[in-house]
Design a protein around this ligand. Sequence first.
Ligand SMILES: [Mg+2]
Length: 381
Amino acid sequence: MKIDRIETFLVPPRWLFCRIATDDGVVGWGEPVVEGRAEVVRAAVEVLSEYLIGADPLRIEHHWQVLSKGGFYRGGPVLASAVAGIDQALWDIAGKAYGAPVHALLGGPVRDRARVYAWVGGDEPGEVVDAVAAHVAAGMTAVKMNACGRLAPIPTPAEVDQIVDRAAAAREALGPDRDLALDLHGRATYPAARSIVSAVAEVRPLLLEEPLLPEHGARLADLVASSPVPLATGERLYSRPDFLPVLQAGVAVVQPDPSHAGGISEVRRIAALAETHGALLAPHCPLGPVALAASLQVALATPNFLIQEHSMGIHYHTGADLLDYVLDPEPLQIVDGHIRRTEAPGLGVTVDEAAIRRADQRGHAWRNPVWQHPDGSFAEW
Ligand SMILES: [Mg+2]
């Protein structure tokens, strides 16, 4: 079996799909993308395809080594995301070739279902309560929301109180038996993060995400030491060497994205690295059905998995949603806050290729918002 064709599809709302076909008819799908830089990753996949055409698709690890290291320059979001989507597609091909789900090829499932959380949008406490109540009614056991919007470098007491008020409203609606995750989205400076971790302790969050930007990682160990709540990070880290210092700093939860951090192969190794530090895995996944399916395969086979993100119905999707690109939504259906294990070969989802080809004709030019502080200077989004 040889790889004979690699195509990419730029589809709304902001994704890129990759289709790898073999000469004996087996096809695998992946999602190589950096949100807001999809066209750049598409070009990277095209360059990497030169090496893959004619190669044996089942040599996944060897290809990962060559694609990640063989260009001399290595690392960073664009290359690691291009490799990630290719890696997902190769695992999909391997599963279909061997007639087994990817979790079986990773050593077999360690659980029957993967716990997922739902996203909560809304800025006002009242909106938060309504959104949380809807998720609770749907059987969700955990939700996540942004802790705040644009944040001053050193927030006023009122700004910090507003963060606590929104989180407390969510906690009230959840009750003590469900979990609340808060995402700071890299919007806080170190002093801001210091005051926020203390202030939100009263709502007892499951985790506080991206309390600092990756480039402020030198302060992470200090923040962990002073934080009464579990800290999580990793959606903007791309490899084991990127994750090692945050694990040494003592984060409780790592959040590699299987479409950014080198795919199933590298996320699996990051999870093992986390396990040796007593840390848990919560894969980042605000992307499409193939990325979610890849995340779930890792979740099902990884002992230190905690919880899975998904983007179904998320507030910022416009023009398309995750289930628009699959023929059968059943493998991604959420029941009692969990997605059940599938035994279908490969990644376990059947994409709607015709819908993907049509959507690629529309394409997208998604860019993340660029925020400003009141004085006109750049603010983190
Ligand atoms: Mg996040």
